[in-house]
Design a protein around this ligand. Structure first.
Ligand SMILES: [Zn+2]
Length: 603
């Protein structure tokens, strides 16, 4: 009887609600399946397996959660109590290769990434993602890292990107091992395996073995059952990083709203540095394919927890194929919750994205983790090689310049805010869509929107490049004009008809002295040279178009026949116009200029 009292006296009064380590407990009940469902719904960390062979529910609980369950009259059987992983694992042996010969700690993972890059400097580089995007570090001040593998890895090329990310949940220590093993296979296989070489040449492959470094340190040094990050709140510690992404964050299938829960979704969507950093990386890289590794369960997850999507059957079938290739026999399911990382990737960027639950144990022997990595690799490679259903580039129809465009699915009809877009610097986009005849709408500010058919065939890539024609081609005014003898600064505008097919362009200049001679100049070489009473904006050669008169209103308008232009015009050609006019109104022999107008012609 003395022991609990002693512990109570030792406990500081400021102790946080969940101080102390987690425990893995088994709970027997009359209806274990219902209990597992209920507890998961309440935000308890129910093991993926749910009910075990003895009819008990496995749950990882914090001390606070344990008290809450006991208060409900449930009998908890403690299977294990969290303790430092370092005390459990055999110490790693000195490295005999770049992959550590035992579970790597945080420093070991970073050292492995740096060793890979050093050994393969033309095909691998380490990216400090936190620093690259100028973002805040984790709660405990750490940066997040990834290794990029590609041909010409130092150069950002116009290639699709692939993301493998592990250990959003830090106790799932098999998953960084799988990530490092994948790196090893890609880099060592490049020289000898034509298929690996082709994949590495085609893709920029981003591998992030550990997305929860604060938690991983806690697992190694304090509590091997810890799952969340380590941000502290008044009511508890840690956010479940795979519940913190914006999609479905607040819906009925979201993570817990209680900071003491193991599935705490965080105070707001994307509240965590880890989430923000992966979102920033994804916005820049636009990953065409994503695999997010977790444990345990040996199955592949697809879709959303609450909403449904018109691609569900296809997504499920692809997940089953990925699971099969990963040695998991085609096992697949919907996710446990919304707010997860992988489905955010599809919802935001149309990515081919999955979550695979690896192994049957969080922390098996290292040899067993390596066997798992070997078994999972064919699945990862299948995903790399799998034909992306739809991809292309969006460009400016006149200049060919890449465009950032909004892409809307007209059909199939999505209803959960699923978005898509092309991104700079290459205007590249992609869409994970089932076989069928789809319809997509492409829009960019200042361009005529286009709705296009997008036929997708099973197992093949449809390449759909989209050129958008500018809506308002009224041009850009450049080169400042001076006030003329009327005290006004002239203006120059066009009717925006820069289509060579339409052939007629109307130019107007206003705020001119009345009844004076004027002429439009045409040229391609822009300059700014003081001349007479104004500024000449066109260098040589410049062409004079027809003579005009400013009339009673001090204005000229001219309709140009583009086919008769003294300067040959083609789609993409950029030219400038400027008005040259006599300005006698104030007396003397003044001549003056309007500002210049730059226009680009379209087909
Ligand atoms: Zn997990």
């Amino acid at each position: 009887m003395l022991l609990p009292i002693t512990l109570a006296l030792l406990a500081p009064s400021t102790q946080a609600a969940d101080e102390g380590t987690n425990q893995l407990v088994r709970i027997h009940s009359q209806n274990p399946r219902q209990l597992a469902t209920d507890l998961a719904h309440e935000g308890f960390d129910v093991l993926h397996e749910g009910v075990d062979a003895d009819g008990a529910v496995g749950v990882v609980v914090s001390p606070d959660e344990r008290r809450r369950l006991e208060a409900r009259g449930l009998a908890l059987e403690v299977e294990s109590t969290g303790r430092p992983l370092r005390d459990i694992l055999p110490p790693p042996e000195p490295g005999d290769g770049v992959v550590p010969s035992g579970y790597p700690d945080l420093a070991g993972i970073l050292a492995a990434l740096n060793a890979f890059a050093a050994a393969h400097p033309t095909r691998a580089r380490v990216v400090d993602v936190t620093a690259t995007y100028g973002l805040a570090p984790t709660f405990q001040g750490r940066h997040l890292y990834a290794l990029v593998i590609s041909d010409n890895v130092a150069v950002e090329e116009d290639e699709p990107s692939f993301l493998l990310v592990s250990a959003h949940h830090c106790r799932e220590i098999v998953t960084p091992v799988i990530a490092l093993d994948t790196i090893e296979r890609l880099l060592s296989g490049y020289g000898s395996n034509a298929a690996i070489r082709a994949a590495v040449d085609e893709y920029e492959i981003w591998i992030a073995p550990l997305w929860n470094p604060d938690g991983y340190e806690h697992v190694f040094n304090v509590d091997n059952l810890w799952r969340k990050n380590r941000r502290t709140f008044a009511g508890g510690t840690g956010v479940d990083l795979n519940r913190n992404y914006p999609f479905g964050w607040g819906n009925a299938c979201a993570g817990s709203s209680s900071p003491s829960s193991s599935t705490y979704r965080g105070p707001s969507p994307a509240s965590e540095a880890e989430t923000i950093t992966l979102m920033a990386l994804s916005e820049a890289q636009r990953f065409e394919k994503v695999i997010d590794f977790h444990s345990t369960g040996r199955e592949t997850l697809w879709g959303y927890a609450c909403p449904t999507a018109p691609i569900d059957a296809y997504w499920r079938q692809e997940a089953a194929t990925l699971s099969q290739a990963s040695s998991y026999g085609g096992a697949e399911r919907r996710p446990s919750a919304d707010g997860e990382h992988y489905h955010w990737q599809f919802v935001t960027y149309g990515s081919m994205s999955f979550l695979t639950e690896t192994h049957s144990s969080f922390q098996p022997s290292y040899a067993s983790a390596m066997t798992e990595a070997s078994n999972v690799w064919p699945g990862t490679f299948w995903l790399l090689q799998r034909a992306m259903p739809l991809r292309g580039h969006v460009t400016h129809a006149c200049t060919g310049a890449p465009l950032r465009a909004t892409i809307t699915y007209v059909s199939p009809v999505f209803s959960s805010g699923e978005a898509n877009s092309s991104a700079l610097p290459y205007g590249r986009y992609h869409a994970f869509l089932p076989p069928g005849n789809h319809s997509l709408r492409f829009e960019a500010p200042g361009f005529a929107p286009r709705t296009l058919q997008a036929p997708v065939s099973a197992g093949a890539t449809t390449a759909l490049d989209v050129a958008l024609t500018p809506l308002n081609t009224s041009g850009t005014v450049f080169c400042p004009a001076t006030a003329n003898s009327t005290g006004q600064v002239p203006t120059i505008t066009s009717n925006g008809a820069t289509s060579l097919g339409q052939n007629q362009l109307q130019l107007t200049a206003d705020r001119l002295p009345a009844q004076e001679v004027a002429v439009f100049l045409l040229g391609q070489n822009e300059t700014q040279m003081p001349m007479f009473q104004g500024v000449l904006c066109l260098g040589r050669p410049a062409y004079r178009l027809g003579l005009l008169n400013t009339g009673a209103t001090g204005s000229v308008q001219s309709t140009l026949d583009l086919s008769q232009s003294p300067l040959a015009l083609a789609a993409g050609t950029t030219v400038a116009y400027q008005l040259y006019y006599r300005d006698f109104a104030g007396g003397g022999t003044a001549r003056n200029y309007s500002p210049a107008l730059r226009l680009t012609f379209c087909p």
